[in-house]
Design a protein around this ligand. Sequence first.
Ligand code: FE2
Length: 157
Amino acid sequence: MRNRIEVLRRYIEDILFSSTEDMRLRYFFVNHMVCVSQFCALIALRRGEDVELATMAGLLHDIYTLTYLDSTKHAKNGAIMAREILDGLDMTTPEETDKICSAIHNHSKKGSTFSSFDEVLIDADVLEHSLSNATLPLIEKDRERYEKLIVEFELGI
Ligand SMILES: [Fe+2]
C-alpha cells in the first residue's frame, strides 16, 4: 500500500516544481502546508485524533491558494479541490475523504468551533502563522486560539 502522506507531499511538491513562474510564492505555500501538516500530527497525537488523516488535511488545506495563487474563498474552494484530488488518488474511504474535506472547508473560520478533528487543522494553521516567525506580532484573529494552545501544550514561561 502506498504511504498516503508521502503521496500527498509529492503531490504538492509537483505543483511547486511544475513551473519556474511564481516559484518563490508557491514555495512559501508548500512550506506552510508542510509545516501545518506537522503541527496537525502533533495536535492530533495530543488529542487522540487520527494522526495520518490530520497530516493529510494539513498537506492539502491551502491547495486552492497554492494552485491558483488566490486566497479568495480558498477554504471552500480548497475542500472541493481536495475531494477531487483524493477521489482521483483513490486511497481514502468516502468517510476519510469527508473528514479531511470538512476540516479544509472550515479551517479559515478561526472564531468558530467545529468538530474535534476540524479543530486540529484550525489550531495547526494558527500555530504555523504564530511560530513561523515568532519575533513578529501575533495576527489578531489568531491570538485567542494561540494563547489556548500555549496553555494546552504547556509552553508558557
Ligand atoms: Fe493555511
